[in-house]
Design a protein around this ligand. Sequence first.
Ligand SMILES: CC(C)(COP(=O)(O)OP(=O)(O)OC[C@H]1O[C@@H](n2cnc3c(N)ncnc32)[C@H](O)[C@@H]1OP(=O)(O)O)[C@@H](O)C(=O)NCCC(=O)NCCS
Length: 113
Amino acid sequence: MDSVKFHHNTWNWGESWKVVINEGDCLGEVSIQSESPEECFVSGISTIPEARRKGLASFFLKIAEGIAAEHHCKYMALYVEKEQKENIAFYKKRGYVRHAEDGPWYEMRKTIE
Ligand SMILES: CC(C)(COP(=O)(O)OP(=O)(O)OC[C@H]1O[C@@H](n2cnc3c(N)ncnc32)[C@H](O)[C@@H]1OP(=O)(O)O)[C@@H](O)C(=O)NCCC(=O)NCCS
């Protein structure tokens, strides 16, 4: 996809990537952070309503998992609201399992091969 833009940044705690799909309008975005040598964290994954159900969020997860693999992270982590059943099902179908609870959130993780 030609229109995938990466913004790479470095911080005192590690590195981050913002990935945006832009076809004239921004169709979606995701943030990816290397939290520790073991963990890559993905947050803020969203696609605009008109662009949903076309595989963009799945594509973002693949990009995030690719970055995690390149950085030899052992797992991807993310937070999802306990009440967002569809989102939980979305991540489960893509290999994420519940790891911990934190107030209204579940932490879900996926092992990176
Ligand atoms: C969740 C979200 C990112 C999915 O984006 P997408 O580009 O449509 O995702 P894909 O096309 O790759 O996959 C579609 C999946 O979304 C799931 N989904 C999540 N929420 C859904 C909803 N409210 N209605 C319908 N499907 C939903 C579907 O189950 C579908 O999974 P399937 O392939 O098993 O059918 C998008 O609905 C969104 O931006 N929602 C608002 C922001 C949000 O909740 N982000 C997640 C934070 S944890």
